[in-house]
Design a protein around this ligand. Structure first.
Ligand code: SF4
Ligand code: SF4
Length: 224
């Protein structure tokens, strides 16, 4: 015989009275109902700032809205004529760094796409051709795509990259496009961006296999 299901403690059994604690309604006095005290309080605060800002502007005491943004006073800026400088660690749009020969520094290890919580990086890895010193040691991205609309700009991809191949130091905002496709950034576009300092190359140089600086195995090691 089938076992009766256990009662659900989160629902009221059929037919039983509803149990609960009655919460009294707040008293609605005439001054609360009229909103006049709250209105006057808000207006007094607004007028206080208005006269203070007007006085500071006329006396030339207005704090610099960029450099003194946290101080009291007028803290607005005339955007877009005036732009607020971003901190050095501001995460702008991504870029892919380059090697000295202008090829991507990326070795298509997929660490960034694995770390990405939004799953907005898609990489297709390829092998270097016969004769290339990198063949057999590294791969490269034949396709590297970031969906900037899904990105949450967490920076995990930059943290995960072992090659300094992906950065978010362009200092650029996402542009206001009018179609979704335009937010799909492909490899060539990502490689065309520079850092705010104009840099393009990776700070993690490639060590060629066989070089004394190469930390890994050599081809001679591989043959044994
Ligand atoms: S910043 Fe975060 S969400 Fe955006 S691509 Fe990198 S890991 Fe993904
Ligand atoms: S960008 Fe960095 S983490 Fe991402 S696949 Fe390339 S080398 Fe790996």
């Amino acid at each position: 015989m089938a076992k009766a299901p256990a009662p659900n403690p989160w629902t009221k059994p059929r037919g039983e009275p509803i149990k609960g604690k009655a919460i009294p309604r707040p008293s609605r006095t005439a001054d609360v109902q009229s909103y006049i005290p709250a209105f006057l309080k808000g207006m007094s605060l607004t007028m206080k700032h208005f006269f203070k800002n007007t006085k500071e502007t006329m006396l030339g005491q207005t704090p610099d809205p960029v450099l003194e943004s946290l101080s009291e006073g007028v803290t607005t800026i005339n955007y877009p004529e005036v732009k607020r400088p971003y901190p050095d660690r501001f995460r702008g749009l991504h870029r892919l760094t380059l090697r000295q020969d202008d090829s991507p520094r990326c070795v298509a290890c997929l660490c960034c796409s694995t770390a990405c919580p939004a799953q907005c990086i898609h990489i297709v890895a390829g092998e270097y051709p016969e004769g290339d010193a990198r063949r057999g040691y590294e791969r490269y991205p034949t396709s590297f795509v970031i969906d900037e609309l899904r990105c949450i700009f967490c920076g995990f991809c930059v943290e995960a990259c072992p090659c300094d191949a992906i950065r978010m130091d362009t200092g650029m905002h996402a542009t206001a496009y009018d179609s979704r496709e335009q937010f799909i950034y492909k490899r060539e576009l990502l490689m065309s961006f520079t850092g705010r300092d104009g840099s393009r190359e990776s700070a993690n140089p490639r060590h060629e296999p066989g070089d004394l600086t190469h930390p890994g195995v050599t081809r001679e090691h591989m043959s044994h």
